[in-house]
Design a protein around this ligand. Sequence first.
Ligand code: OXD
Ligand code: MN
Length: 590
Amino acid sequence: MATAAHMLSPLPQMSRAVAEWVNSVRELTRPRAIHWCEGSDAEAREITAQLVRSGELKTLNADFFPGCQLARSAPNDVARVEHLTYICTRSEEDAGPNNHWMDPQQAHAKMRELFRGCMRERTLYVIPYCMGPIDSPLSRCGVEITDSPYVVLNMLIMTRAGRPALERIAREGSFVRGLHSTGELDPERRFIMHFPEELSIESFGSGYGGNALLGKKCHALRIASWQARSEGWLAEHMLIVGLQNPRGETHYLACAFPSACGKTNLAMLIPPASLPGWRVFTVGDDIAWLHPGEDGRLWAINPEAGYFGVVPGTNPQTNRNAYEMIRRDTLFTNVALTADNQPWWEGLTSGTPTIDWQGRPYDPTRGPAAHPNSRFTVTARRNPSYSPHSEDARGVPITGLVFGGRRREVAPLVYEARDWQHGVMVGASVASETTAAAVGQVGVTRRDPMAMQPFCGYNFGDYWQHWLSLGAKLAQPPRIYHVNWFRRDAAGKFLWPGYGENLRVLAWMLDRCAGKAGARDAAIGRLPRPADLDTRGLDIRPEALAQLLSVDPLLWRNEVAEIRAYLARYGRRLPAALLSELAATEQRLG
Ligand code: OXD
Ligand code: MN
């Protein structure tokens, strides 16, 4: 008797468009074999076993970390490479000053030479994937072709990959084409090219997640932001979190922060004991696709199915959910090891590293044991605070949008925008200190509008206009906030405890949206007075709180001048509304 598996159609026969594309890539790259990904657990187990046999993965101590593996990247391939990431539109102005641009024909020609014959002796994997719940009209599909089995394992966790995605592609006909090869990992021969007009991506020379898992930053942000503008929605670098108050009501916030600023921690926040009755549900930790609903509200889905998070700093105090979540069935990249083969990273309060992230005996004089951008890849379903609404086809309704950056000074703990248009200006002015998530200097303050500087697939001027137009159509737009958990005192000490205590700030926002919390009108927006925040049980000095909620007119006049100089780069594409919002802020500052 035929089994169910025998009755399924062979994957290569399901979509002619995909098969033809795979064929043309095969002719160019000359692989030894082709593997179409089914997306089954057995397939993931088989690929894992193969990588363990070849030494590319190391199985971790199964008593403490069952089902966990360690991958080590090339030491020169540990982060996103923004300087080698291009948007290739016919007109340079469409890519904008926020992107590196290359003419599409020139880019294709360059990449064709890199890809020519690059998969000889390697297997070509075809990964059909769906970004978002498989049955949601808001989801979009893609196919990644890669010669990296490590990428396959990550994509199987991070997306809904395999047969169901290919079935949807065959039905819909359209999909994003992503071609990836790790090449020789030579930084001189490394490029991440995006062709939004063709809905395609070409990535060569890196195996790092942000450069190589093409469903994530490349598709779900850069290409999707372009698609979203033409289709009337938003693709944003935002976590989505549900907060259930002690009355049992749940509201959702979507929050944009630059890379490695604590999005995963905020998405999985553990309420402090002194705020009883609150519950937190994670819908997403990195990307939100936001659609205007028929009811005039904004609705969000998380296009991803897993987390690719920064490991260092994760411990039971900072993020107990993540700490529990990554204790099984997790793929670690570039962490250190203890003598008994457990993963180890800076910020872990137990264990001792003996082998560093490069596989060398650990020597503290050579720097941290785990790479500062070492990562975990794990399915979202392992998160103890996983929201069952993550799978809702229509998404979750958004009550508030939050922007934030990592700033030692200037930005207060929190403020509320006066309205949508003012909120777009607040988002456009986000600045943050750089982190290890991208190659380059760490700790330098740079403008990172909407936390999308590395991810917006088109001219920011057009993007802000799209935000303004979309908001104008919403009958019930979310309120917009700005937060800064990272403000420091004169001695360099953080003024706010952060982590679970951030719930106090989020609770103030939700009470504002419900018309229940007070605020004072300041030049930059509305701020809570100390008494407006619930600080019961919080160990904070009144002077620290006053400082956190203060706005220094001198610093802010300087900030406004810097924002104006930054926005001027967008010339005639800059919406006039942003400049008038800035002028009004300046006037209020006196
Ligand atoms: C990420 C990033 O990995 O933003 O999420 O770099
Ligand atoms: Mn991110």
